[in-house]
Ligand binder design. Sequence first.
Ligand code: MN
Length: 299
Amino acid sequence: MQSSHSRQSVNDEVEITAKFRRSEVLAQPPREPKAQPDIVPFVRFGAKTDLGNVRENNEDKYDFFEPTEPMLLAERGSVYAVCDGMGGHSAGQIASELALKTFLKAYYDLELPDINTALFTAVQAANALVREVAQSIPGRRGMGTTLTAAALCEGEAHVVHVGDSRCYLVRGEVIEQVTDDHSYVMEQVRQGLLSPEEAQYSPYRNVITSSIGMEVLEPDIYRVPLQAGDRLVLCTDGLTTHVPDDRIADVVRTHSPSAAAQRLVEMALEEGGSDNVTVVVVHILELLSWEQARQIGWV
Ligand code: MN
């Protein structure tokens, strides 16, 4: 099977992603919707979530949606997402479930001119609902959630992100963290005030600086041009606290997506499993033309 989409580069270097500012995201002019996509990512997907060894609730959640309607595929693509809820009692579970459901519904249902605007608006919709629930029920004021989602459309992944869950791109021998953690310690690292090692052991490492549930929310949006063979990993901090990037890369390179998700969760548990752990792996096998995708029955 040949990909009709030309490779962005001939070597295995990761092409770094573009990060949009809110004003750029919202400044896109309206246009006519496409009837079907030109390029369809042909993917295999696997996911696994686990309570971990010490927690009593699993406040992590993953979800995905792969539309079959050609226009929706062209305009929104397929979405894969993880959330890591927080707040006492069952608040975190409620937050992650509500946020994911609301995010996906808003992303696919709202008539908006482009993917980035839809991602941005859908995160705001999730935030508004989580805040409403948090404020209306006593004892749920601390409730919130991270959200990291990748929309695969045409030959690109659009990644929207708030909190300290992560999206990685594994391409050839390289693993690249696409998202920046919205955490107090990682902001200190970015400013050169703390080393990555110090951040890992800091008592403040769990302090999140942006998440769904907060009054002011500035989600990051990244655009990743995809190549055949790429693997995207979406995961919560229950994985990254215990398993270093190079081991994540080794596992996703050598396992099918579902086996990789399973194995990575096991590794987090073997290393302590101090938190809920969730892993989603999307393997982009090929970038097909619309005709090729029809011929093999993928769409
Ligand atoms: Mn967590």
